[in-house]
Design a protein around this ligand. Structure first.
Ligand code: NI
Length: 168
């Protein structure tokens, strides 16, 4: 860890910030680069494979992913193509200890911006595609439990309320 990165506090469900839509990134400055470093550092400290800015209380369309040594930074990302379907278990750093099966496309092509604000095309498949789409949902205030049946969703809400002592 160096002086340009900080471990940030990760917000847990049901924090209302997690349900808000993020604003596009407009400034491609040193502050953005520092925030990206801090997101990676915070994700690493929690052994996660992805972390979105709203999860640390910053409502900007920015997320980081690192899976099998591949680092991805998403800035104002858009899905331009998707193919196939996969069913796998996923979790979220905002829901410690909770996992659920979610269907996602098997492959995606994303248009995103790099740290300098230049357009980039990224292709991802399998678990990386899952992570990319999970983080992109966070930027819209959408959570992985939103894909589940009401029954499963309520079971998770009950479990979470036990963890937090019932203070919603
Ligand atoms: Ni998440």
């Amino acid at each position: 860890m160096n002086e340009n990165e900080n471990i940030l506090e990760i917000l847990h469900y049901p924090n209302a910030i997690l349900l808000k839509k993020s604003e596009p990134v407009e400034k491609f400055d040193d502050e953005l680069k520092k925030l990206i470093k801090s997101l990676f550092a915070t994700m690493h400290a929690s052994n996660g494979v992805g972390l979105a800015a709203p999860q640390v209380g910053i409502l900007k369309k920015l997320a980081v992913i690192e899976y099998e040594d591949k680092k991805i930074v998403l800035i104002n990302p858009k899905v331009i193509e998707k193919k196939g379907i996969q069913d796998d278990e996923e979790g979220c750093l905002s829901f410690p200890g909770i996992y659920a099966h979610v269907n996602r496309p098997q492959w995606v092509k994303i248009e995103t911006l790099d740290e300098q604000g230049n357009k980039q095309i990224i292709e991802a498949e399998g678990y990386t595609a899952r992570a990319v789409l999970h983080e992109m949902d966070h930027l819209e205030g959408k959570l992985f439990i939103d894909y589940l049946s009401n029954l499963k969703k309520n079971a998770i809400r009950k479990k979470v309320s036990k963890h937090t002592g019932g203070h919603f």
